[in-house]
Design a protein around this ligand. Structure first.
Ligand SMILES: NC(=O)c1ccc[n+]([C@@H]2O[C@H](COP(=O)([O-])OP(=O)(O)OC[C@H]3O[C@@H](n4cnc5c(N)ncnc54)[C@H](OP(=O)(O)O)[C@@H]3O)[C@@H](O)[C@H]2O)c1
Length: 314
């Protein structure tokens, strides 16, 4: 399948931005949609991308913004206090796509499958129970799946342009010279994806008609522990990086002072469990997928974080 013009809703985030690159590389036209026009202009400066400012919570504005596109992608990220709005955004995205006759792609997370009962995690993993954030994810996915979307379940990601994630926050700590805070045990092996890889895979998935109306687990780059990360970053920075692995008790204490961490506490028990992804179904769809090894991905991320931190300081 080939799409002529793709609307990416929530385009200014890391997934939207890297997806735009992957689609442009396949010679598709891209329309970037998010709430702030200035943010869109800054994020897409120098790239051949149409800009449309619209709030996905405003169905009419969103419908207008995606008109003329034959694929609409939901890449919207919401702050901790508004996670319950994912389903509202999903409903509006689904209706807007229907109004313009477009197909749908939803960039979601493996969180919909939590609490984790077995690893490696594949599409048949139970998808029930759990905390409100897990349920909000499922609600949004179900709305879009009912509307015929391809739903992508991403591992936790990291890379250039990522502003927050478990691994990215730890890397930012290390680059800034702070002790690296690590959620879960220091030796618990979990899997992560380099965000440009994930979005290259997303662009490959939508080329297949069978991708729509189904869920797809994306692969990460294999097992990685907090201790591995501290070792790799320490080598790259040329100095030892201290690691502070924070379990539920320490995080509960810190969350008394950090509002953003409070909501995340509901996810913490799962971060203490080893996690791998079984992407066999996706590989059967798109063939073998190349993933960037952690050393290369972390090197590129550390370089990007250094530039960001230098720019912020000047
Ligand atoms: N972090 C991880 O490790 C991870 C892993 C797997 C999946 N995910 C999920 O993947 C999805 C994409 O992540 P991301 O980091 O690329 O997203 P993000 O940066 O958190 O958000 C993307 C963009 O959404 C826009 N947005 C927010 N509210 C909006 C609204 N009402 N209408 C229109 N646009 C709106 C924002 O731009 P404006 O401010 O300009 O509107 C923002 O730049 C999210 O759902 C995220 O939770 C994250």
């Amino acid at each position: 399948m080939r799409f002529e013009r793709v609307a990416i809703v929530g385009a200014t985030g890391p997934t939207g931005s890297h997806l735009a690159d992957a689609l442009l590389q396949k010679s598709m036209r891209v329309r970037a949609v998010s709430r702030r026009e200035a943010g869109l202009r800054a994020a897409f400066a120098g790239r051949d991308v149409e800009i449309a400012a619209a709030d996905a919570l405003d169905e009419a504005a969103l419908t207008h913004a995606v008109q003329g596109c034959d694929l609409v992608v939901d890449c919207v990220g919401l702050p901790p206090a508004a996670m319950d709005r994912h389903a509202v955004v999903a409903r509006h995205v689904a209706r807007a796509a229907r109004a313009t006759g477009a197909r749908l792609l939803h960039v979601s997370s493996y969180w919909a499958y939590l609490p984790l009962v077995r690893s490696p995690l594949n599409e048949d993993h139970p998808r029930q129970d759990g905390s409100p954030w897990m349920q909000y994810r499922r609600q949004a996915e179900d709305v879009l799946l009912d509307a015929g979307a391809a739903v992508l379940h991403l591992p936790d990601f990291y890379g250039p342009r990522v502003h927050t994630s478990t691994l990215q926050n730890a890397l930012a700590d290390a680059v800034a010279g702070r002790t690296m805070n690590w959620i879960g045990g220091a030796d618990v092996a979990r899997e992560y994806v380099f965000v440009p890889d994930a979005m290259r895979i997303a662009a490959a998935v939508v080329a297949h008609d069978e991708a729509f109306g189904a869920r797809w687990i994306l692969p990460g780059a294999g097992p990685l522990t907090g201790r591995d990360v501290a070792g790799t970053v320490g080598e790259l920075l040329g100095r030892p990086v201290k690691l502070r692995a924070a379990g539920p008790w320490l995080l509960r204490l810190v969350s008394l002072f950090q509002k953003d961490l409070r909501g995340f506490l509901q996810m913490v028990p799962d971060y203490g469990k080893p996690l791998a992804f079984d992407a066999a179904r996706l590989r059967a769809l798109v063939g073998e997928v190349a993933t960037t090894d952690y050393r290369t991905g972390i090197t590129r991320t550390v370089e990007w974080l250094r530039r960001q931190q230098q720019a912020a300081a000047s």
